[in-house]
Design a protein around this ligand. Structure first.
Ligand code: PEP
Length: 250
């Protein structure tokens, strides 16, 4: 972790959370004061963004969204634009999560369009990439990540507009994690690709690791070179666990 990059720990609540879960947010906000070295973000379901953003306003905890539509407005029943998320109080949006790529058949071009929409609406785009188990076992993890990065990141991406999240699909929600050597290899590779495409300023773009991060493994995972924080799923639903993950940066 370079001194130029402030770590980010973002919680992806996925399709979990009712209004009563504001108490978890309240507990995260209460614990955030002791964690000034790390940026904290909670990405609840869209139904909670406005309420949570109101609650978290003026605190160190940012509120993000989990997806957006590429268009600013129009006849897209059930979809939500980046502008709407911004209007509701979000400051970031996850795009290209493997669950969106798998269940909604999102392509790299779709993800790129969503990242561009995020930029248009002044939202930070957290762009997810990562290989499946078959791809890792077949030896193509680097090639898959290279292709997703090239296809999903818009031209002109900067450290202020994009965060990359490396999330091996087989590690999400399974309790499995890659070895620290494997994470170091992929994160170093991503850093190189960013530099060759966007220039040396890409040394400041953050690369998160995601996939079964929890309090018991966070220290080890977050100490790997070029890991600038975490995208946390299951463990982010519990304030104490989420704070314990972020607490490795204390
Ligand atoms: C995720 O869905 O982004 C994720 C990393 O989930 P988990 O932490 O539960 O593996």
């Amino acid at each position: 972790m370079s001194a130029r990059r402030r770590p980010l720990v973002a919680g992806n609540w996925k399709m979990n959370g009712l209004r009563a879960c504001a108490r978890e947010l309240a507990a995260i906000i209460a614990g955030a004061g002791e964690l000034s070295a790390v940026e904290l973000m909670v990405c609840p379901p869209a139904t909670l963004i406005a309420e949570f953003a109101g609650f978290a306003g003026g605190t160190p905890v940012a509120i993000g969204a989990q997806d957006c539509h590429p268009e600013p407005a129009g006849a897209f029943t059930g979809d939500i634009s980046a502008e709407m998320l911004r209007d509701a109080g979000a400051t970031a949006v996850i795009v290209g999560h493997s669950e969106r790529r798998t269940f909604h058949k999102e392509t790299d071009a779709d993800v790129r369009a969503k990242a561009l929409a995020a930029r248009r609406a002044s939202l930070l785009a957290i762009v997810c990439v990562g290989e499946t188990r078959a791809e890792r076992e077949g030896g193509s993890a680097l090639e898959v990540v290279r292709s997703q990065l090239d296809g999903s990141l818009p031209d002109g991406s900067t450290a202020d507009t994009v965060v990359v999240a490396y999330e091996p699909v087989w590690a999400i929600g399974t309790g499995l994690t890659p070895t620290t050597n494997d994470i170091a290899e992929i994160h170093g590779f991503i850093r190189q690709r960013l530099a060759s495409r966007f220039g040396s300023t890409m040394g400041t773009m953050r690369i998160l690791y995601g996939g079964s991060v929890k309090p018991s493994n966070a220290k080890e995972l977050m100490s790997v070179a070029d890991v600038d924080g975490a995208l946390v799923g299951g463990a982010s639903l519990n304030a104490q666990e989420f704070l314990a993950v972020a607490g490795v940066y204390r």
